[in-house]
Design a protein around this ligand. Structure first.
Ligand code: TNX
Length: 547
């Protein structure tokens, strides 16, 4: 698909990642002293865990990994999964993965034996998403302060098993886990990805599949871009045509689609079972053609524009002076607030090129109280900094990392109002940018984004005036103008989504490109086992069998 060239106000030339001098820190350099581990004494990586078992290659890199040389745990037919009270979905989720590929029964029990078990338990030692994982000869012990922490730890354990553990059918073992002690917690609270279901509609099943793939890299926020010029994707009571008409097409003229409120609830539940928070976005005042086409009275001239299936941006606007605009938004955001357990509603705010600056400020001033009135916090693209933000708001920085004066200004304005920032710089974190000139899918208005470009930056130093304390986290948006199938989604998201996930999770001091590319290479066979259509970047030393 090739749409017309995109209209962008902020379109710098191609920016390549800075090739800074590399500091190579031994992974695990932040490790704290270890308590006694049965077996041989623990040593910092890198060291071979045993002759047959390589040192773990994990993404995202944990805060601390100690291997225990000579020690391995092997899953057998007799292994049980002990999921102690309060461990949430972590046990069943792990069992579901392991049973498929090992063919073992792996009964889930609430207590009992301490040998030949994988045990998941709550402890008072860790908080939030932090966890501790101990692999000894006789057991795998995972501890966290919350079920969410256990779930994050389960993702680490998956990566310690052979790649074929991810297969959907029974594979041959042995199912060996290297002896390790991992102590881990995230750098940032927000590690998100966005799926644009407006430019092309994706089914509930497709969204669920994406959630599972993201969860493997400890992503905890799914931003759903539910409305845009090309489609409105959520049924709203009292405004049926938004979905039935506004949702009836997509880029390229396909049939589009929409989620019923039951579908949306299903996605929210599916995500919640993976400790992923859904954040819905209703974009405005621009990116509103699908809604304006659905109801003539939403337009200043009372005329409904035609549906739109191209890829231009910046041509539509809510009618800022009409009360019906805010009646609609109150209904939409009120219904989404009730359907969404997470704390945030995203109100868009980007690329409002057909709204005057004064109208834009009026709009932000009106929508903020609507969001907070429904008990939620407001999130918007960085432009919202130009308006008045309610307490607790979040600005999502999407402009390019350098060369965007308006991006820097609005991000600073947001911070000056007390807002936090989520970093999604387009020339680093946009999953829809082409990798190189030959990438069939995607766009290049923000530059070409190879894996190293996606990885090699620090959210705390990217925008002048936005520092670590202002940053809530990172998010990788996947815009879908050119994406139709699961294979398309996979190709653009992998391997860049894991790169952004690591930026959000791992300590900055423990991250180097030279180490990451090797750990990333080890994910290739896992993606093959998961039938993920990933991009074989020439920057990554993939194992021969994976290419
Ligand atoms: C910019 S970034 C957009 C989207 C497009 C995307 C394509 C932002 C907040 N808006 O409308 O889909 O570029 O890369």
């Amino acid at each position: 698909m090739a749409g017309p060239p995109l209209a962008r106000s902020d379109r710098p030339g191609r920016t390549l990642a800075g090739r800074r001098g590399r500091r190579v820190l031994a992974a695990g350099a932040t490790a704290t002293a270890l308590a006694c581990v049965p077996g041989a004494p623990a040593t910092a990586r890198p060291s071979a865990a045993s002759p047959q078992v390589a040192a773990p290659r994990l993404v995202p890199e944990p805060s601390s990994v100690r291997t225990v040389p000579g020690v391995t745990f092997t899953l057998t037919r007799a292994t049980r999964i002990v999921a102690r009270p309060g461990s949430g979905t972590a046990g069943p989720y792990l069992a579901g993965i392991l049973r498929r590929s090992t063919g073992y029964r792996l009964p889930l029990v609430a207590g009992g034996a301490s040998r030949d078990v994988i045990s998941l338990s709550l402890s008072g030692r860790e908080k939030g998403e932090a966890y501790r994982l101990d692999v000894t000869r006789t057991a795998v012990r995972l501890e966290a302060g919350t079920a969410e922490g256990l779930f994050r730890g389960v993702q680490t354990l998956r990566q310690l098993l052979p790649p074929s553990v991810e297969a959907a059918t029974v594979q041959r073992g042995p199912w060996t886990v290297p002896g390790v002690r991992v102590e881990d917690s995230p750098r940032f609270a927000w590690r998100g990805t966005m799926l644009d279901v407006a430019r092309h509609f994706f089914t509930v099943r497709q969204v669920e599949r994406y959630i599972d793939l993201a969860a493997l890299y400890k992503i905890n926020t799914l931003h759903l871009h539910l409305s845009d010029d090309q489609g409105w994707r959520i049924a709203i009571n009292g405004w049926p045509r938004l979905a039935t008409y506004g949702g009836s097409t997509e880029v390229g003229g396909g049939k589009g689609g929409y989620y019923t409120q039951a579908d949306y609830t299903q996605i929210v539940r599916y995500a919640a079972a993976r400790y992923v928070t859904v954040m819905p976005e209703i974009d405005g005042p621009g990116h509103t053609n699908a809604a304006l086409a659905s109801y003539a009275r939403l337009n200043c001239d009372d005329k409904a524009p035609p549906l739109y299936t191209g890829t231009d941006v910046g041509f539509s606007s809510w009618c800022i002076g009409k009360p019906v605009t805010y009646q609609l938004l109150d209904d939409v955001l009120g219904q989404l607030a009730r359907l969404t357990p997470g704390p945030y509603l995203h109100v868009g705010g980007d690329e409002a090129h057909s709204t005057t600056a004064a109208d834009y400020a009026t709009y932000i001033g009106r929508i903020g109280p609507i969001v907070t009135g429904h008990g939620k916090k407001m999130v918007g693209w960085n432009e919202i900094g130009a308006g008045r933000l309610p307490a607790g708001s979040v600005a999502q920085y999407w402009n390019t990392a350098t060369g965007s004066e308006s991006g820097t200004r609005t991000a600073r304005e947001a911070v000056a109002q007390g807002a936090k920032v989520v970093m999604s710089p387009a020339n680093r974190a946009y999953l829809d940018m082409k990798y190189d000139e030959n990438t069939r899918l995607g766009q290049d208005w923000a530059g070409l984004v190879e894996v190293r470009d996606a990885y090699d930056w620090d959210p705390a130093t990217l925008v002048d005036g936005v520092t670590e304390k202002d940053v809530l986290g990172v998010e990788a948006p996947l815009w879908s103008e050119t994406l139709v199938t699961d294979d398309d989604i996979d190709y653009m998201a992998f391997p860049r989504l894991p790169a952004i996930a690591e930026i959000g999770w791992s300590p900055q001091a423990a991250r180097t490109w030279s180490d990451f590319r090797v750990r990333l290479a080890a994910q290739g066979p896992r993606w093959s086992a998961l039938a993920v259509n990933y991009y074989r970047s020439p920057q990554v030393p993939w194992p021969v069998s994976a290419s």
